[in-house]
Design a protein around this ligand. Structure first.
Ligand code: DP6
Length: 336
C-alpha cells in the first residue's frame, strides 16, 4: 500500500566515492536496466567524493534537484526523477523529494561522476524513504541510476558481476578485497575540465552497435578480468597494470572504430601515455587507464605517488593532478 499524505521524512546525507575501472563496463545487454554484457572491476577512489542530501516531503508538488547548487534540467533532471520514482515504488511512498548533490571533482569529464552520484543518491534516498537496504540491494539500486555506480557502493577493489537474469537480479557488485588489502597509489591527470561532448551512455550504445571490434571486445574481456582479479589478490602491480592498460586500449580502439567514430583523447592524453611509457623504461612501475573522457588515472606503488604526480604535472596540457588511493564505500554521514 502506498503511504500518501502530508508527512515529512527526515533528511539524510550520504557520500560515495568515484571509481576507476581496471576491467571496463562497455556495452549493455539491456539499456533500460543497465545490464552489462560483461563483468567489470574497479578501485573505489578515496577523496573523489560526491555528497547527496535527500528529504521526502508530502508538501512538495515536484522533485527539486540541484547539482553543485544549480537546478538540474532536461535529460539530467529526468534521469534523477526516474531514479527517485524507483525509490518511491520500492518504499511505497508517493512524496516528492528535495535533493542536493555536490561533488569535489570535475563532473561528467570522464571521472566517473555518475558512479559516485548515483551511489550516494541510492544510499541517501533509500534511507530517507525509510528503507534499510543491504549492500547488495544498494548496488542493484545504484546500478539502475548508472551502471558503474553499482561498484561505488563498496570500498576497495570491487567487481560488478554481469549476471544472466533478464530482470537484473544477479547483476550487482561485490568486494574482491578491502582497501587495506593493497594500498596502491593512484594519480589522476586532468587534461580538460569541460563537459564531455558524448556521454558514456550514448557512446557505449554506438560502440556496441556500430564498431566491428565490439565482438572481439566481448570475446577477450573475461581473460582481462581474471588476470586483474588474480593480480589484485596477489598484490602484483605489473600484472594488474599490464592487463588494465590492455583493457583500456581495447575499449578505446572499439570506440575509434565505431561509425561515426568516438575519440575521447586530446593531445595531452597522448602526451601522458607517452610519459608513462618513458617512466616505465626508466624502471618505474606505473600504468595508465582512461575512461570515457580525456583524463587519465595512473596506478603506482604508494611510495612513488608524490614523485609521479610531480612528473605528470609537468607534461604539457595537464591542468591538474589529483592524488588518490583505494577508498571506502558509500556512507550515511548525517541522518536527522
Ligand atoms: C568508461 O556507468 O557512466 O567509465 O550505465 O549508461 O550510466 P551508464 O554508463 P556509465 O559508464 C561507465 C563507463 C566507463 C567504464 C566503467 O566505469 O566501467
Amino acid at each position: 500500500m502506498v503511504r500518501h499524505g502530508q508527512f515529512e521524512m527526515n533528511e539524510v546525507v550520504a557520500t560515495a566515492n568515484a571509481n576507476v575501472a581496471l576491467a571496463k563496463y562497455w556495452g549493455k545487454r539491456d539499456q533500460a536496466l543497465n545490464l552489462p554484457y560483461t563483468g567489470s572491476l574497479s578501485i573505489t577512489l578515496a577523496g573523489l567524493t560526491t555528497t547527496a542530501r535527500v528529504s521526502f516531503s508530502g508538501r512538495l508538488s515536484a522533485d527539486q534537484i540541484t547539482l553543485n547548487g544549480q537546478e538540474a534540467v532536461a535529460i539530467e533532471a529526468q534521469r534523477f526523477r526516474a531514479f527517485l520514482s524507483l525509490v518511491r515504488r520500492t518504499a511505497q511512498i508517493d512524496a516528492k523529494a528535495e535533493v542536493a548533490i555536490s561533488g569535489n571533482f570535475p563532473v561528467a569529464a570522464g571521472l566517473a561522476s555518475s558512479a559516485s552520484t548515483f551511489a550516494a543518491l541510492a544510499l541517501a534516498a533509500s534511507h530517507a524513504a525509510g528503507l534499510s537496504l543491504s549492500t547488495r540491494e544498494l548496488s542493484l539500486l545504484a546500478r539502475r541510476g548508472s551502471g558503474s555506480a553499482a561498484r561505488s557502493i563498496d570500498g576497495g577493489y570491487v567487481e560488478w558481476l554481469a549476471g544472466e537474469a533478464a530482470d537484473g537480479s544477479d547483476s550487482f557488485a561485490v568486494q574482491v578485497a578491502p582497501a587495506d588489502h593493497w594500498p596502491l597509489g593512484v594519480v589522476v591527470a586532468i587534461t580538460d575540465e569541460s563537459r564531455k561532448r558524448l556521454g558514456s551512455r550514448e557512446a557505449m550504445a554506438r560502440a556496441a552497435k556500430h564498431s566491428p571490434f565490439f565482438p572481439a571486445w566481448l570475446q577477450s574481456h573475461d581473460a582481462d578480468l581474471d588476470e586483474i582479479r588474480q593480480g589484485i589478490r596477489d598484490r602484483d602491480l605489473t600484472r594488474v597494470g599490464q592487463a588494465a592498460e590492455h583493457n583500456c586500449l581495447k575499449m578505446h580502439a572499439v570506440c575509434m572504430a565505431a561509425r561515426p567514430s568516438i575519440l575521447y583523447w586530446t593531445p595531452a592524453t597522448v602526451a601522458v601515455i607517452q610519459r608513462v611509457i618513458e617512466l616505465r623504461h626508466a624502471g618505474i612501475d606505473v600504468y595508465f587507464t582512461i575512461d570515457a573522457g580525456p583524463q587519465l588515472k595512473l596506478l603506482c606503488l604508494p611510495q612513488q605517488r608524490g614523485a609521479l604526480a610531480e612528473e605528470i604535472g609537468r607534461v604539457p596540457g595537464v591542468r591538474k593532478v589529483l592524488l588518490s588511493a583505494p577508498g571506502c564505500g558509500a556512507q550515511v554521514v548525517e541522518a536527522a
